[in-house]
Design a protein around this ligand. Structure first.
Ligand SMILES: Cc1cc2nc3c(=O)[nH]c(=O)nc-3n(C[C@H](O)[C@H](O)[C@H](O)COP(=O)(O)O)c2cc1C
Length: 471
């Protein structure tokens, strides 16, 4: 165990062509590279890279054994080319047993480990995350362009030891069962892969630039995994559950104890009437946290919901039931649901309701009054209100509607949808001269308790306050 073992990265396949060349098929893309005029030595080295792999020295030996010394430059040329195109993984192997491999996950992946300076101290990056994948443990980080596949528990031991700042010597005393050469290779891999940081003399933590200090672990991981670039996970509308799990229906069915049909405004009268001009609505829109003594009424609530959240048209496609609504939403899937905690609304008894966007009605849910109060209390403290809001609208997501089609970016898409709904509700409320205010952070567990939903299936992702404006 003295050097890294080179192999073709996961998913790369080689195809001999009819003209005697070799095609290299890149994983998850249609990209193929054709290698022409390969010598027999290079062909043998390529076979090694596909099967067991080899160190740089072994690969050069394989080439020169057949091509003579002329093959050395060619071998390095191709290794460099493969590395530049993220076609290689690098492993640590002890007596035929793999310990760890680093695989490229982005086009910016480069692996150039240098000798580990015995005097320097290293600590695991606070962004590094050790978890289980289908075929074993992996170490990943939103700051890294590669992913570490862990094959031996010794590698996990070393990673754990890097929970505090250590040199190679101090690591050796912490994990004496790991030979020094292996520590150096593993640490070299972690340093080159961007999984550990250097800790300066006299400090206990690595120094971070100002931009990085602002990021928390989960936010940076979410950012990198929901955007393309720093991962190779399937992303977008992949329909991974098609023919495996039935998609959630368009309209949520609620066990309502009572329903209240809501007022439907005459849209033609509004469109061709004397509504405020659009630019004025845009300019006037603001968050209002003060209410009049006289509460909002059922007619205003009906108009508000009709103009911001009703289903305008149902679309039955081959895969999923979709719809058209006033606010835009990714894939026209519309996973968001509205629940109303009514504290004060003339014509609507206080309580907890689900809004049915299809039938444009409120569906009363029997919920514990203390829990509804807790929701209203949270909203009050988030907005600095002295009184509970007249109406608290909690926006939940039926996640599976979106996750059924989209992968990697589904949650971020859902949050974007919350944004479009917020803005629509703000504008409608402004046009109606009501008091709107979005809220940023509610208790998703509390919501699930009140609404009686399964947290993983449907929980809250936003809140919105609505009331009659104080004049
Ligand atoms: C996503 C989002 C979250 C918000 N969260 C809160 C909140 O928790 N509490 C609050 O009082 N206002 C909240 N607001 C309202 C903002 O404070 C407000 O939009 C901002 O101060 C700008 O003022 P304006 O809306 O009057 O233009 C939120 C607004 C948005 C869009």
């Amino acid at each position: 165990m003295r050097a890294y073992c080179y192999k073709f990265a996961k998913g790369i396949t080689l195809y001999p062509t009819a003209t005697g060349n070799l095609d290299i098929q890149m994983p998850r893309t249609c990209v193929r590279h054709t290698l022409k005029g390969l010598s027999s030595g290079l062909r043998a080295a390529l076979e090694n890279l596909v099967s067991s792999g080899g160190t740089e020295e072994q690969l050069v030996e394989t080439v020169t054994a057949k091509d003579g010394p002329d093959g050395i430059a060619r071998c390095y040329y191709y290794l460099h080319l493969f590395a530049e195109r993220q076609m290689l993984s690098y492993g640590i192997i002890d007596n035929g047993c793999p310990w760890a491999t680093i695989e490229p996950v982005s086009s910016q992946f480069r692996f150039n480990p240098g000798p580990v300076d015995p005097g320097r101290r290293w600590i695991l990056s606070r962004f590094a995350c050790l978890r289980r994948e289908t075929d074993g443990m992996v170490l990943e980080s939103p700051l890294a362009h590669g992913m570490l596949l862990i094959h031996a528990p010794q590698a996990t031991l070393l990673i754990s030891a890097l929970g505090s700042a250590n040199t190679t010597a101090s690591l050796q005393s912490m994990v004496p069962e790991i030979p020094r050469a292996a520590i150096e290779l593993l640490l070299g891999m972690l340093i080159a892969g961007g999984f550990v940081d250097e800790v300066p003399e006299g400090m206990q933590e690595a120094e971070e630039c100002t931009a990085l200090r602002h990021w928390s672990f989960h936010e940076l991981l979410f950012h990198t995994r929901s955007r393309s670039g720093r991962h190779q996970n399937p992303s977008g509308g992949t329909y991974r559950f098609l023919h495996k799990i039935a998609p959630f229906p368009l309209v949520k069915q609620v066990n309502a104890t009572e329903t209240i049909d809501l007022y439907r405004p005459d849209m033609d009268a509004l469109i061709f009437g004397e509504e405020l001009p659009f630019s004025l609505v845009m300019e006037e829109r603001c968050s209002i946290r003060e209410y009049s003594e006289q509460p909002i009424d059922a007619r205003q609530l009906g108009e508000f919901l009709y103009r911001s959240a009703r289903i305008k048209q149902k679309l039955f496609t081959e895969h999923q039931e979709l719809s058209r609504r006033v606010y835009p939403a990714g894939g026209a899937i519309y996973e968001l649901e509205l629940y109303l905690s009514v504290h004060a609304c003339a014509g609507v008894p206080g309580g907890y309701y689900h809004y049915c966007p299809d039938l444009h009605r409120l569906e009363r849910i029997e919920a514990d009054a203390l829990l509804i109060d807790a929701l209203l209390r949270d909203a009050r403290s988030a907005s600095g209100l002295e009184e509970p809001p007249q109406i608290l609208i909690t926006i939940s997501a039926r996640f599976e509607r979106l996750f059924w089609k989209y992968e990697s970016m589904a949650y971020s898409l859902m949050l974007k949808n919350v944004g479009t709904l917020y803005q629509t509700m703000y504008l409608v409320a402004t046009a109606m001269d009501l008091a709107p205010c979005a809220l940023g952070g509610g208790d998703a567990d509390l919501f699930a308790k009140v609404a009686g939903t399964d947290y993983l299936e449907e929980s809250s992702v936003g809140e919105f306050l609505l009331g009659r404006k104080r004049i």
